[in-house]
Design a protein around this ligand. Structure first.
Ligand SMILES: Nc1ncnc2c1ncn2[C@@H]1O[C@H](COP(=O)(O)OP(=O)(O)O)[C@@H](O)[C@H]1O
Ligand SMILES: [Mg+2]
Length: 476
């Protein structure tokens, strides 16, 4: 963070200062006391499981020089001043906005969409780092806490902020854009993630489009030409519109309708890693991704289009994408075991689109071998939950899986959907929990089989994938 006195922080956040106004904050702002660093600011947040106010002393012991809180904390103000505010996330937002406004040399880029934000953000960051010092969130730090904390890491050496913006309702993305106004914004897709909270895809599109509404005339909106709801956002922005898409694109009568940045001739290797020709107005270059699944290609194109706007040429974009690794865990991690069984750990989260994408990748990896999917609950789908689980099951059965294991009661409709496919000869199994899923697999797997593990975060199925890999050397 840029150095600020606690008096400045109190003024910016409208807080009440207790302690020496001259104390200088020079280190990172954190909400997790275990991450507190010398010179930093600890923000006490009351969460579901724990209350940060109880950890203020630990943060100060670890070096934090001040505490931001909503009520007095048991730390003597002579040891570390505290700043009391009504609302900690709002205070972090105000502080982050102040920092961004103090750093005019920083260019802010935002990425949103229903699926693939973290993947696209991690790819974009690995490209944009080639242009200058870049700050991007770790994992999915994309909400009212993670977003300002990421922004607050910027200082006078920073040139780019690459941010992931998530929404669970209308206004969320507009709020995040107010914290760090983006000049560039990429929208990946409009899908069913959190559709329950939104009410439907049109409402999801309204919310995701808040990103392009926030862009200035001098900036660029980077839109997925293959998703009509995303492309329609072109009408909602003052910024220049740049598009990306996978060729061949819908019958293009005129060249002008082609996306600005395209992937042509997409092929997957036997582990599902895409190779394609990146087509840009400045030239073409071959990209071979280290990530898995055809569905990653649009994410890579969004990252490419963003980096291109910032001045990176096609050869550097291709080299950067080809070198880029998965920075955030449990998304399409592919491990081939010593015994010839392949495990795909995609257990970070799940929605209908990302499950279909993962099942398609699973089938590609399995080739002529057997494909098994261990699927758990897809959360937050609201009224379409049951039908969505059934449809995913039908999709999996049509894909010809050898086995479909639904974990937990909420995932059971997946099997009902699979049974709709009369011609399907695979095995459908309902199991109560992760341990039972493992037991079922233990009796069935043989060399050449591929297993996908996927569910929403709340289902915690990553343990299944990790248990399947216990004792194996990571080979990624
Ligand atoms: N373009 C895409 N379409 C469908 N699914 C995708 C896409 N990109 C990534 N995914 C899948 O979505 C899940 C979440 O990916 P992630 O990058 O963490 O997205 P987000 O941050 O939007 O939740 C993973 O299973 C990933 O493989
Ligand atoms: Mg994410």
């Amino acid at each position: 963070m840029i150095p600020l006195t606690v008096a400045q922080v109190a003024r910016i956040t409208g807080g009440e200062l207790h302690g020496d106004p001259a104390v200088m904050i020079t280190g990172e702002v954190v909400i997790d006391s275990r991450r507190a660093v010398p010179g930093g600011l600890f923000a006490a947040v009351a969460g579901e499981r724990a209350d940060g106010h109880d950890f203020a002393s630990a943060a100060v012991a670890a070096g934090a020089v001040a505490v931001l809180a909503t009520r007095p904390v048991p730390v003597p103000s002579a040891l570390a001043p505290s700043i009391l505010v009504g609302d900690v996330p709002a205070a972090l937002a105000a502080l982050a906005r102040f920092v961004v406004d103090s750093l005019p040399a920083v260019t802010v880029a935002g990425i949103t969409g229903s699926s693939g934000k973290t993947t696209a953000k991690d790819l974009a960051a690995q490209l944009i780092e080639r242009l200058g010092p870049t700050i991007a969130p770790a994992g999915s730090f994309n909400n009212e806490f993670g977003h300002p904390l990421t922004v607050l890491r910027a200082d006078s050496s920073t040139r780019y902020l690459v941010l992931e913006l998530s929404a669970r309702g209308p206004g969320h993305i507009a709020y995040l854009c107010g914290i760090a106004p983006p000049r560039y914004g990429a929208v990946l897709n409009v899908g069913h993630a959190h559709a329950g909270e939104f009410g439907g895809l049109d409402q999801v599109a309204r919310a995701k489009g808040e990103l392009v509404e926030a862009l200035p005339a001098g900036g660029a909106a980077i839109l997925n030409a293959d998703d009509p709801r995303v492309l329609a956002m072109a009408a909602r922005t003052a910024a220049r519109v740049v598009t990306f898409g996978v060729a061949p694109h819908a019958p293009a009568s005129s060249h002008a309708l082609q996306p600005t940045v395209q992937a042509a001739d997409v092929r997957l290797d036997d582990l599902g890693r895409p190779t394609f020709i990146l087509l840009t107005p400045e030239g073409r270059a071959t990209v071979t991704l280290r990530l898995h699944g055809a569905h990653i290609v649009p994410d890579a194109l969004a990252a490419a289009a963003l980096a291109r706007e910032l001045g990176l040429g096609p050869a550097d974009i291709a080299a950067g994408l080809s070198a880029a690794t998965a920075r955030s865990r449990w998304r399409m991690e592919v491990h081939r075991r010593g015994d010839g069984v392949t495990i795909i750990n995609d257990a970070y989260n799940a929605n209908p689109e990302s499950v279909r994408a993962a099942v398609a990748a699973l089938c590609h990896l399995a080739g002529d071998g057997r494909a098994f999917a261990v699927l758990g609950h897809m959360a937050e789908l609201g009224g379409i939950s049951r039908a969505s689980h059934e449809d995913v099951g039908e999709f999996a059965a049509r894909a010809g899986l050898a086995g479909l294991i639904a974990v937990g009661e909420e995932a059971a409709p997946i099997l009902a959907g699979a049974r709709r496919v009369r011609s399907w000869t695979g095995e459908a199994l309902a199991v109560p929990d992760a341990a039972a899923a493992l037991e079922a697999l233990a009796n069935r797997l043989k060399p050449g089989d591929v297993v996908l593990v996927k569910a929403s975060r709340v289902a915690h199925l990553e343990g299944v994938a990790m248990a399947l890999l216990a004792g194996e050397e990571a080979d990624r």
